[in-house]
Design a protein. Sequence first.
Length: 155
Amino acid sequence: MEVVTLRSASEMETIQQGEQFASQLKHGDIVGLEGELGAGKTEFVKGICRFFAVEDLVTSPTFTIINQHAGTTPDGTPLKIYHVDLYRIGSPADLAEVGFDDMVFAHDALKLIEWPERAEQLMPSKRWIVTITADESDDDARLISIMPPQNPDLS
Ligand SMILES: Nc1ncnc2c1ncn2[C@@H]1O[C@H](COP(=O)(O)OP(=O)(O)O)[C@@H](O)[C@H]1O
Ligand SMILES: [Mg+2]
């Protein structure tokens, strides 16, 4: 499958694009969200959580590292969602302390991970990669590229 690049002109549009993207996600999927501070990773996650009818307020897990939400798929199946922000992770010991291993191998849960590069060694390679970058033309414009999990048999 190919990389798709979307252009967002506003925070609201990024949320809508996250919501549309989420229709492709399945139980157990991992989504790594890359991009600078303030790129819009958490806004995109809000859209994914909206698709899964999460009722909690979705906020940045910068200090909590892992937030957990109860979602529901469109066919009514419960879906546990972990929203993770590894920005403050400095060492493998920090990852162990927050229970990253158990979280990332929770096969039924959807894992949305900001700053996945902070846990490169522990991050399963089969994951979606969403990269958000500024679009120089406008302060509120973003480019959002989406790479689906690669099938190892084809590489
Ligand atoms: N097109 C856009 N998409 C997402 N956020 C935007 C956009 N334009 C402006 N913003 C602002 O950028 C910030 C993005 O914050 P956030 O999603 O927390 O970033 P990150 O999680 O990548 O650090 C918010 O303050 C938001 O209002
Ligand atoms: Mg964030």
